[in-house]
Design a protein around this ligand. Structure first.
Ligand SMILES: Cc1cc2nc3c(=O)[nH]c(=O)nc-3n(C[C@H](O)[C@H](O)[C@H](O)COP(=O)(O)O)c2cc1C
Length: 164
């Protein structure tokens, strides 16, 4: 089984969740690659909030690569203003061959359960492209101590779903 974790992180917290997921996948013997995305131009806090609210798609430095060679695609992004962060929209739009792909979504928020709508936003986008969202998981800074446990639960669920 081959997995790709693609994520955007403005201040490093989504990166911590991605690291925890990678550790879990490694421990389960899954071959995993990680791609952290960066935007071409940074935006202010307020700029980010406005972008998220209007569903903007800012330019990224590198686009997610062709994902046809992976069995599982993990997509991670922070929550901004109650929505998916704008680079998540760019990420989804830029991914090729997502149709029929098993996708796992994770979002990092500041507040407990702040991530719910952000996950739903990207769930809808992936589905509209023909992708198959097998699981979604929120992480939050306010429940940082639960990150490893949540990552383990998510990986166990997803691998169970994949019949591994
Ligand atoms: C512009 C902006 C808006 C945010 N809005 C929310 C929000 O609505 N709800 C929430 O729980 N956290 C919100 N946060 C907090 C982030 O989701 C949180 O800090 C997250 O850990 C950031 O992930 P990162 O470090 O990977 O960039 C916001 C952060 C930014 C920068």
């Amino acid at each position: 089984m081959k997995a790709l974790i693609v994520y955007y992180s403005r201040s490093g917290h989504t990166a911590q969740a991605a690291d925890a997921l990678k550790r879990e996948l490694d421990a389960k013997g899954v071959s995993v690659e990680v791609l952290r995305l960066h935007r071409q131009q940074e935006a202010s806090f307020l700029g980010c909030a406005f972008e998220a609210r209007r569903g903007a798609k800012p330019a990224l430095v590198e686009l997610p690569k062709d994902v046809s060679g992976y069995d599982l695609l993990f997509l991670g992004f922070p929550t901004w203003a109650g929505h998916a962060s704008s680079p998540a929209n760019s990420m989804v739009e830029g991914i090729q061959n997502v149709s029929g792909k098993k996708c796992v979504l994770f979002s990092m928020s500041g507040l407990k359960s702040g991530f719910v709508k952000a996950l739903d936003d990207i769930d809808s986008s992936i589905k509209s492209l023909g992708g198959y969202v097998v699981a979604k998981q929120g992480f939050s800074e306010s429940e940082r101590a639960l990150t490893a446990e949540r990552a383990a639960g998510l990986v166990a669920k997803v691998l169970g779903h994949s019949g591994s």
